[in-house]
Design a protein around this ligand. Sequence first.
Ligand code: NAD
Ligand code: UGA
Length: 463
Amino acid sequence: MVVKNICCIGAGYVGGPTMAVIAYKCPGIKVTVVDVNEARVKSWNDKDVSNIPIYEPGLEDIIAEVRGRNLFFSTDVEKAIDEAEMIFISVNTPTKTYGLGKGKAADLKYIELCARQIASVAKTDKIVVEKSTLPVRTAEAIKSILDNTGNGVKFQILSNPEFLAEGTAVQDLLNPDRVLIGGGNDEGGTIAINALADVYASWVDRHKILTTNVWSSELSKLTANAFLAQRVSSINAMSELCEKTGADVNEVAMAIGMDSRIGSKFLKASVGFGGSCFQKDILNLVYIAKSYGLNEVADYWEQVVIMNDHQKRRFASNIIKTLYNTVSGKKIVFLGWAFKKDTNDTRESAAIYVADDLLNEQANIAVYDPKVSEPKILNDLDYLGTRSETENRKGVEVYSDPYEACKDAYAIAVLTEWDEFKSYDWGKIYKNMRKPAFVFDGRNILDGEMLKSIGFVFQSIGK
Ligand code: NAD
Ligand code: UGA
């Protein structure tokens, strides 16, 4: 079977870039990305390509080339489902905020809605691809909805989790370590797997396209995120011990990373991992383990999240302690708000929680981030619900110029590892700050010796 028409439900951080790359590499396939969020679709269709809703290096160029050629963004979900042979579900699967499993389980209401909509619209056989990250055995639920509410047409369900990381999404999609496809081992399943594998084979080596059963594929995605997050929590746990003992976490990371069994990646100590997936996916894993009665398994993985929460809290409390146990009325600058560099995504960013702790101590927070807008920053704090919207606006000021942000500040905290922070005129910044002027590097990116020689009091995670 040769796929000619693809629909993707969900035009977010995964649906947008993933479909852009499929359209770019497969000019013979028409790809339509649909979303219920009209504003988001409008931005994707903005004539000025720099206004697309997601910032990813390299994405604008690809969108400029393929949009209107064989890539389309639309709010007409039903039409796109009807026309497609293959439908990707890339909708969000956040942590449940209510009812059974609140705070841990994945909220699958958007997934179920998609399945019901596909079932009601489909008049021809379809391959349905789970692109969202889902609890193991979700395909079973999707199949049951499709088979029991559909118009008698045949559905094949595949699991094809996405491993891209934000900030490097385009490169990750163009050169993936592997593409994982889980499907049934009967004739229909095999045809569906091959059809999807052929799409990827347009640019990915066949030996990197791994096929498994559906459950292994679903569980591998949660496992991969759990392992990655665990590395960050492991090095962050060591960062605290380094601070107590005089060891330097960068040197420790280098020393262990040169062991090829350990490897050098994902060993950067930080103020804590953020992003929309690590915490959500680990909590989801914890919930699944608990639901099978595997309490030790659940506790083991939950500790990764507990360690991460501790790292964020201890960064904030260290700032307070160092500033003579009071930050009340003091201007503290946040360089960076995004959860990592090269993205405008702020979901679960450590900055939000550090700001929340400092606002509780009545600090005045000044934020500068090269790609995150003021409404987003304030909205992140409002969403926490710790204080009123008025109080958040009173306590936080967002700047578009980093030098202005740092004027009259008592301290600077680096929350995101944006490259531009390294090349600032730190002498100029120092001159305009209150003395002693403190820098707390939550990302280990600044040259501490240089800052100290200017006069700063400098502290870095794990040193
Ligand atoms: P997102 O919130 O950016 O995008 C999801 C989009 O789906 C939203 O725009 C929303 O309006 C839309 N949507 C929800 N229900 C819909 C419906 N019924 N019909 C049409 N549109 C609907 O989320 P995301 O970051 O792209 O993540 C999507 C999934 O991919 C999640 O399961 C996530 O865990 C997984 N994932 C994310 C990343 C990442 O880096 N962000 C990487 C790999 C996997
Ligand atoms: C992560 C995974 O890396 C992707 O493979 C996966 O597809 C994705 O989750 C997902 O499922 O959503 P992402 O969250 O976009 O990608 O970004 P990462 O590069 O993994 O960074 C996550 C967080 O960990 C960031 O806050 C980052 O700063 C932090 N981090 C990462 C560290 O603190 N230290 C490190 O060494 C690496």
